[in-house]
Design a protein around this ligand. Structure first.
Ligand SMILES: [Zn+2]
Length: 292
């Protein structure tokens, strides 16, 4: 992808965003939450929908409780994953998933705000997210993210201290990525397989690619839209979501959101997605991890 596409995240906006560039993905236990069995029990074995149920989502009352309209259900995960990761070699950089499904993917970065209400919200709404966590920002309360992980949301790598990666040496890059990798693996029991550089910086440089390879993640994940306090910021000129777009958000609270809460910000993001007719799918479901 073109470095310029993410350029807006690097200048003055970087100050505003303070900590952009996180994400996460779903855990290996993703299929533990089957959709409502109604379709599957109808006996229409010829229907793809019957054999591959849509993703589980909340009922209307749950959406209403959070002031939201029900979102479209994500389709069944694709059998043939559009993104295929390799075990060795250069890691791919992507900011969207090639798919015909009318879905987008939510990634949430850093980990500063640890609002229990947000755990409740995701538990009730079952919206999948991917978390890109920064060690120095989450180490005061690793446990906060465990119930979110238990919902099927994976924890991914976002460095130890959130530096601008192109401004540090290769050795420092490796320390940033490898140490976050070790801490997150120890805390959450699964090694991150995705990496997001803070601010998206350096994503397409050979140096960072090599550093990522040495530490374990097998892809660098950027984004197409970023969620601000009330509005979605788009990279595309028409300011519309597209199939497969990856959206960046942050664990932030009232001090970073001008008084807005994490759940309010997240609700507004869901409303922007809902009004454009998209479902939120699990990034993990669209990526084939390297064998072995
Ligand atoms: Zn970040």
């Amino acid at each position: 992808m073109n470095r310029a596409r993410i350029g807006y995240g690097v200048g003055a906006l970087a100050v505003l965003l303070a900590a952009s560039g996180c994400g996460s993905s779903a855990p290996a236990t993703k299929s533990a939450a089957p959709a409502k069995p109604a379709a599957a029990s109808s006996g229409s074995s010829s229907s793809a929908a019957a054999s591959a149920p849509a993703q589980d989502t909340a009922g209307e009352a749950a959406w209403a409780k959070w002031g939201l309209k029900p979102m479209a259900k994500a389709p069944a995960p694709p059998a043939d994953k559009p993104i295929k990761l390799t075990k060795t070699g250069a890691v791919p950089v992507f900011s969207e998933v090639p798919t015909q499904d009318k879905v987008v993917f939510i990634t949430i970065d850093d980990g500063a705000e640890k609002d229990p209400k947000f755990v409740q919200m995701l538990t009730e709404l079952k919206v999948p997210i991917t978390m890109f966590l920064t060690k120095d920002i989450v180490k005061n309360d690793y446990a906060y993210f465990k119930p979110l992980q238990a919902l099927g949301n994976t924890v991914q790598n976002h460095t130890v201290s959130h530096p601008v990666m192109s401004k540090i040496t290769a050795a420092q890059q490796k320390t940033q990525i490898c140490d976050d990798q070790a801490a997150l693996t120890e805390q959450y029991g699964t090694a991150p397989y995705l990496f997001r550089p803070p601010f998206g910086d350096g994503a397409n440089t050979p140096t960072l690619n090599a550093s990522v390879q040495e530490c374990g993640p097998r892809a660098i994940v950027l984004w197409r839209e970023s969620m601000q306090i009330h509005d979605m910021q788009y990279q595309s000129a028409d300011k519309k979501l597209k199939n497969g777009d990856i959206i960046l958000a942050h664990f932030r609270g009232p001090s970073e959101l001008k008084g807005e809460t994490m759940t309010a910000m997240f609700g507004e993001m869901l409303a922007r997605i809902q009004e454009q007719g998209f479902a939120v799918a699990r990034l993990d479901d669209y990526i084939a991890k390297p064998a072995g």
